[in-house]
Write a protein that binds this ligand. Structure first.
Ligand code: CO8
Length: 244
C-alpha cells in the first residue's frame, strides 16, 4: 500500500512527485510485490492535484523539470506491471484524478462531499492530450468531452454513475474492499494480465513517449504566458478567499 502524505492537501509538488516515482520504481523492481493500493493519509483529500505554486512565477527550467516529473509519474502508474487499485478516500481534482484514472480499478468513499474530476478548464488551463486519453479510456468520449469542457468536479455518487469510479463503499470499508479487489485481480496469472494491460494501454503510452519533449515545450510555453499566470493567481486567490 502506498499512502500519499503531504499535508495539508497532498498537492503534487516536484518533491512529492519525485518521491512517489522512486517508491513506485522500488516496488516495480521487487518481484515479490505484485500489486499496490494507492490512497491518502490526509483526511478528506486524496490529492488536490498538481501543486499550483510549482506552476506560478517560476523559471522555464523549473517548469521543464516539473512537467517531466508529472509525465514520469503518469507513465509509471499507467504502464505499471503491478495491479494498481486507487482507494480514493477524499476529494481528487485534476492531477489527483489523473492518478486515480491511471490505476486498474478505482474505489471511492461514498461521501457526497468528496469530488473528483479533471477541472483544469476551471483554472483557465487545458488538460494535455494524455490526461484526456486516460479519461476517455475510462468513461468514453462523450462523457469525457462534456466533463473536460465544463471542468466538472463530480460528487462521489455522480462519479460512480458516470463510470469515473468503479465502486463506492462506506468510508470505513474502503481499505477492506480495496484489499478484496486486489486479491481478485492477483488471483490471475501475472503474465496474462500484464500482456492484456499492455495491449490496452500501450498506444496511449507510446503517444506520450513519442512526443514527450514536444509536450514539455508546449507546457512551458503555455504556462509561461502572462494571461495563464494571471488565471492561476486568480484561482489561488479564490481558494484563499473561499476559506475566510
Ligand atoms: N496547489 C497548491 N496549493 C493548493 C492546492 C494545489 N493544487 N490546493 C489547495 N492548495 C492550498 C490552498 O491554497 C490553501 O493554502 P493556504 O492554507 O495557504 O490558504 C491550502 O492548500 C488548503 O486548501 P483549502 O483551504 O482549500 O483546503 P480544503 O480542505 O477546504 O479543500 C481542496 C481542499 C478541495 C483540495 C481544495 O483546496 C481545492 O479545490 N484545491 C484546488 C484543487 C485544484 O483545482 N487543483 C488543480 C491543480 S492543476 C492540475 O492538477 C493539472 C494541471 C494540468 C496542467 C496543464 C497545463 C497546460
Amino acid at each position: 500500500m502506498m499512502k500519499l502524505k503531504s499535508p495539508p492537501v497532498n498537492s503534487l509538488s516536484l518533491e512529492l512527485l519525485t518521491e512517489f516515482a522512486i517508491s513506485l520504481e522500488k516496488l516495480e523492481n521487487n518481484r515479490a510485490c505484485r500489486g499496490v493500493i494507492i490512497t491518502s493519509s490526509v483526511p478528506k483529500i486524496f490529492s488536490s492535484g498538481l501543486d499550483i505554486t510549482e506552476m506560478c512565477g517560476k523559471s522555464m527550467e523549473h517548469y521543464t523539470e516539473f512537467w517531466r516529473a508529472v509525465q514520469e509519474i503518469w507513465l509509471r502508474v499507467y504502464s505499471s506491471s503491478m495491479v494498481t487499485v486507487a482507494a480514493v478516500n477524499g476529494s481528487s481534482p485534476a492531477g489527483g484524478c489523473l492518478i486515480a484514472l491511471s490505476c486498474d480499478y478505482r474505489i471511492m468513499a461514498e461521501n457526497p462531499k468528496f469530488s473528483i474530476g479533471l477541472n483544469e478548464a476551471q483554472l483557465g488551463i487545458v488538460a494535455p492530450f494524455w490526461f484526456k486519453d486516460t479519461f476517455v479510456n475510462v468513461v468514453g468520449h462523450r462523457i469525457a468531452e462534456r466533463s473536460l469542457q465544463l471542468g466538472s468536479l463530480h460528487s462521489a455518487p455522480e462519479a460512480h454513475k458516470l463510470g469515473l469510479v468503479d465502486e463506492l463503499v462506506p468510508e470505513e470499508k474502503l481499505m477492506e474492499k480495496a484489499a478484496a479487489v486486489m486479491a481478485q485481480w492477483l488471483a490471475l496469472p501475472d503474465h496474462a494480465r500484464q500482456l492484456t494491460k499492455t495491449m490496452m494501454r500501450k498506444p496511449v503510452v507510446d503517444r506520450l513517449v513519442a512526443h514527450r519533449e514536444e509536450d514539455i515545450k508546449n507546457f512551458v510555453t503555455f504556462i509561461s504566458k502572462e494571461s495563464i499566470q494571471k488565471s492561476l493567481r486568480m484561482y489561488m486567490e479564490m481558494l484563499k478567499k473561499r476559506k475566510s
